[in-house]
Design a protein around this ligand. Structure first.
Ligand code: AMP
Length: 285
């Protein structure tokens, strides 16, 4: 038979597989699970028949000098939490299992999924060169390993989410990406495994990220749309405890820079507190 449309090929393949229509969900994580991860697992359990949670501190997404060795590893607790929410399988491979024993972890010797430069050469990708290549590569491997129909990612890592959607679309991966809202502490601080590095004092200083974002959204809602003016509002929050990396306004779908804010504008911030690199974002809708 002659088929011209990808969607029709997919339909056909599905039909050949039989009509056992089970949905498999994947929640990729680096472990040290918290309520943010839990919300993704919950959504996956609600959406799918079987849920796989991967726990893998992926060496190829860390840049030289970053915290690969120090990154918190709490596998026993992670398994307990994931299973209590209803995950069916926790996949926790070693780096050797994922990339081959003795394999040199570089794109000289390993095939990588390389996302488009335009999406990568900004925001976090500017300071974390090669980070998104490592993320896309491990995520693609996890998609292939699990054969999942759905994968769940947090809006917390907004640039990562846009880039994953882009490569899934461009490379026709047969998987649906589900984005889940940011889970915050009552204080407003976005949950992150890296918050564990902060002292109590540092956690207070870290509130500045969400405060800046909430205030920008409030100003936008009052009618201010000029991005330079909105950026200005951040300065009053910053002290010498804050080492700001970026505050950017981009389109939520293609990361194109904005000069006038609108309902599709995503505001992203990266700032170091006590040397810990923290990120957060908000949609101005
Ligand atoms: P990580 O373990 O940090 O690689 O994160 C694994 C997944 O959990 C990613 O899709 C993150 O975006 C998501 N995630 C991390 N923190 C949060 C949060 N505070 N709210 C929602 N999702 C989150």
């Amino acid at each position: 038979m002659l088929i011209h449309k990808i969607s029709e090929v997919k339909e056909k393949v599905k039909e050949w597989r039989g009509d056992k229509n089970i949905k498999i969900g994947l929640v990729p994580t680096m472990g040290a699970l918290h309520a943010g991860h839990a919300s993704l697992i919950k959504k996956a359990v609600e959406t799918c028949d079987k849920v796989v949670v991967s726990v893998f501190v992926n060496p190829i997404q860390f840049c030289p000098g970053e915290d690969y060795n120090e990154y918190p590893r709490t596998l026993d607790k992670d398994v307990e939490l994931a299973e209590s929410i209803g995950a069916d399988l926790i996949f926790a491979p070693s780096p050797d299992e994922m990339y081959g024993k003795g394999q040199r972890l570089s794109n000289d010797t390993l095939a990588y999924v390389v996302p488009p430069f335009f999406y990568v050469n900004k925001l976090c990708g500017k300071s974390r060169v090669g980070h998104f290549d490592g993320v896309c590569t491990v995520v693609a491997k996890l998609f292939n390993i699990t054969g999942a129909d759905y994968a769940f990612f947090g809006q917390k890592d907004a640039q990562q989410l846009v880039i994953i959607k882009k490569f899934v679309n461009d490379l026709n991966f047969p998987i649906e990406i589900v984005s889940c809202p940011i889970v915050r502490e009552e204080s407003g601080l976005a949950l992150s495994s890296r918050n564990k590095y902060l002292s109590d004092e540092g956690k207070k200083d870290a509130l500045v990220l969400s405060k800046i974002l909430f205030n920008i959204k409030a100003c936008y809602e009052k009618g201010i749309t000029d991005v330079s003016a909105l950026k200005e509002t951040a300065f009053s929050y910053l002290t010498d405890k804050h080492d700001m990396e970026y505050l950017e306004f981009v389109d939520k779908d293609d990361l194109e820079d904005k000069t006038k804010a609108d309902n599709n504008t995503l505001v992203l911030i990266a700032c170091r507190v006590e040397g810990v690199r923290l990120i957060d974002n908000i949609l101005l809708a």
